[in-house]
Design a protein around this ligand. Sequence first.
Ligand code: ATP
Ligand code: MG
Length: 189
Amino acid sequence: MLNIVIFGAPGSGKGTQSARLVEKYGLNHISTGDVLRAEIKNGTELGKTAKGYIDNGQLIPDALMIDILASVFDSFKDSKGVIFDGFPRTIAQADALKAMLAERNQEVSVMLDLEVPEDELMVRLIKRGQESGRADDNEETIKKRLAVYHNQTAPLIDWYKKDGKYSYIKGVGTMDGIFADICAVIDKL
Ligand code: ATP
Ligand code: MG
């Protein structure tokens, strides 16, 4: 299996590039953000819990996210591989992902770090908020999410470097150009 962690700050383009990867390589896609937004939309208990955290720019507790992740992963049958988009976001989640995959005789093939400068992220997210109306894409919440990214998520860069899975991707440029850079990394695996 080709198990890809697509990583980057909020607004770095994880969702956009994931959609292209799904199409080109026939992979399954887990976007934890999309899973949570669907739960909120459906008014489930999980959705109600998640909404409080998301609207405040905070992360959902690790134990909850890890359970969700494993159940979505196990729902894929005869998968060629999975794109993990928005997970892991903490060291505890990275440890859990590694353990979960190992239990299934799998591992992460590569972690792709889409790097985008903060001023560009801000512009993209505010624009997305205006167009899509995503409740967490407002200036105040974006600032909180970027702080959470720096404090809790960015340490995963070193974690994946130590694990030998890290790959830098310049996340600024045309969508096609960025996708070509990503494919070049995957095709070398
Ligand atoms: P991008 O724009 O690159 O797709 P994003 O940060 O804007 O990234 P999502 O990945 O959709 O958006 O996540 C939205 C929110 O859902 C997060 O701010 C967080 O509250 C919650 N969330 C998503 N994934 C996780 C996770 N792995 N652990 C904890 N909370 C999560
Ligand atoms: Mg997303």
